[in-house]
Each structure stands twice: as C-alpha cells, then as structure tokens.
Design a protein around this ligand. Sequence first.
Ligand code: NDP
Length: 311
Amino acid sequence: MHSKVLIIGSGPAGYTAGVYAARAMLEPILISGFQPGGQLTITTEVENWPGHTEIQGPDLMVNMEAHAKSTGVKIVDDHVTELLVDRHPFMAITDKGSHYSADSIILATGAQAKWLGLPSEEKFKGFGVSACATCDGFFYRNKKVVVIGGGNTAAEEAIFLTKFADKVTLIHRRDTLRAERILQNRLTSNEKINLLWNHELTEILGSENPLGVEGIKVKNVTDGSEKNLECDGVFVAIGHSPSSELVINKMDTYDGGYVVTEPDSTKTSIPGIFAAGDITDSKYRQAVTSAGMGCMAALEAEQFLSEQGAD
Ligand code: NDP
C-alpha cells in the first residue's frame, strides 16, 4: 500500500495531522498502534481541552477518531515494527506483516509511562504495582495505596484513587510538587491523601503465594533513614519517555530519545519525515499542544509533497 502521507500514532497529534492531511486531499493512512487513542484513553477527566469544561479522556479520543474518519483518514488497526528511512518512498512494516510505502511520514507515536527500575517493581507489576490508576484503581476499594511522583500525573492519580481506596499516600522525592497549583490544592484538601515528602521508594515488599504487595520500603533522602509502610498497591507516576524506538539511531534524537525537530517546525533531520506531539516534546506534553503540532506536521508534509511534485 502506498500513501502520500503515512501517520504513525493515534493520539491528539496523529488524529489532528490526519484531519488536516485529509482536508488537503492527501488521502492519509494512519496506523493506530497498540494503544489506539494513546495516553488519554487511560486518563479520566480532561479539564483543559478547549471547548469542553470537562470531558473524559477516552471520550475525547473516540470523538477525535470519528472526526478523522469523517474527513477520510484511512485508519489501520496495526502497529509499525520497522521503519525504513534510508530509501524514498519510505517504508513501514507492521506487526501484521503489511508493508506501507509513503512519500512522507508523520511520527506521532507519543510517550509511555516510566518505571523506577527496581527488581521488586518488575516482580509485582500487575500484582499490586501499576502505572495506571484509571485502569487498576477499582481493585483497591477500601485499601491503602501509595503513589510515587510529584507531577500532574501523580497528583491526578492520587485524587482519582480516593474514589476507591481508604488511604492514599503520595510519596515525593523532594519537598515541592511539580503539579499545577489547582491540583496541589485538591491534594492537600483531600482528607484521604497524605503527603510524604523527601522520600524515595527503595523496595516493594509482598507475599509470594499468591504474589501480592503488602508494603514498601522508603528512604528519607535528607538523612538516609529507612522505614517500611504498609500498603496494598503501588502506583508509579514519575513521568513518561518518548516512544521513539522506530527511529533511534536513524535520525537525530536528544538524550532521552526525544526526536529533534527544527525550531518552530516539525521537520526532523530526515526530509519528508515530521514529528509531532510527545515523541518530540519534552516540555509542554499537553493534548492541545500535541494537536497543534499535528496540524503543523500535516501542513509541512503538504508543503514538502508540493515541492517534490507529489501532491
Ligand atoms: P512530570 O515529568 O511532570 O513529573 C514526574 C514526577 O515524577 C516529578 O515530580 C519527578 O520528581 C518524579 N520522578 C521522576 N523520576 C523519579 C524517580 N526515579 N523517582 C522518584 N520520583 C521521580 O511527569 P507527569 O507524568 O506528571 O506529567 C508529564 C506532562 O504531562 C507534564 O507536562 C504535565 O503537566 C502533563 N500532564 C498534564 C495533565 C493535565 O493537564 N491535566 C495531567 C497529567 C500530565 P521531580 O519533581 O523531583 O523531578
């Protein structure tokens, strides 16, 4: 299959790129990846998407998908496993074994949750350790949970978990939160939430048979002292890393894997390949900024194709 514009990823960046490319009559193909709709499908309320004072993340993504489809974007339920960028047209090979050649590509593969990297975290993943309160919070009705992190995600997860858990302890390695002020206020005014400052999680403790979390070991970073805390679940919310495996060592990327783009542009170091959203943005990482970059990528792809005489 050949397309003028191949979009990889189905978050706000990918769908917005699709809408713009379709309206420019470029008949884009969008390959949605393993998590259609992206990170917003595992959030709850979104309160900063213009036009909605509040909308559920999954609903927002269903709307975006429907909008993209209605403009003529061909959405493919598959996952790109290999990208050949040293030839033109470019070639994407998918999990299902399909080959897609393309005159231009928009990378919109987003980002994924980071983990602490502890052996005990790996051991209890899915057995009391999670990176998604929306997915797993329900299992902690009337229980005690901890959330690790100090950003917006950690604050939102902690607040969301109070719907189920009796007690939520937010553990942060510093004494100030990165989360927005409005979320900080909601955290501190919620009676079910405790904040534990200046502590790092060093080990997750639990039972072997059945496998399950029973507590954690934390270290005070100011004096090095350690203590154990009882809990039934651990939610890790320490940020995200870009999903750029397809292009690492094939184009310019920063330390940490973010794709380098030209200033005020979505152009990557390979002409004809554009990057939009969390794969390239280590700073803003918002749905609305991702959508904006998706728009830019489609407009720049259109210009590229026109210069190549391929539009
Ligand atoms: P952030 O990078 O903003 O925050 C990560 C947090 O985890 C920081 O507090 C950081 O600590 C802590 N952390 C990182 N690594 C470790 C570690 N190894 N051990 C312990 N703690 C660690 O990530 P988020 O996922 O919270 O947010 C990502 C982006 O998405 C942000 O731009 C955020 O604003 C946005 N977002 C917006 C939402 C909204 O608007 N509703 C909702 C969710 C996210 P430290 O502070 O010390 O660096």
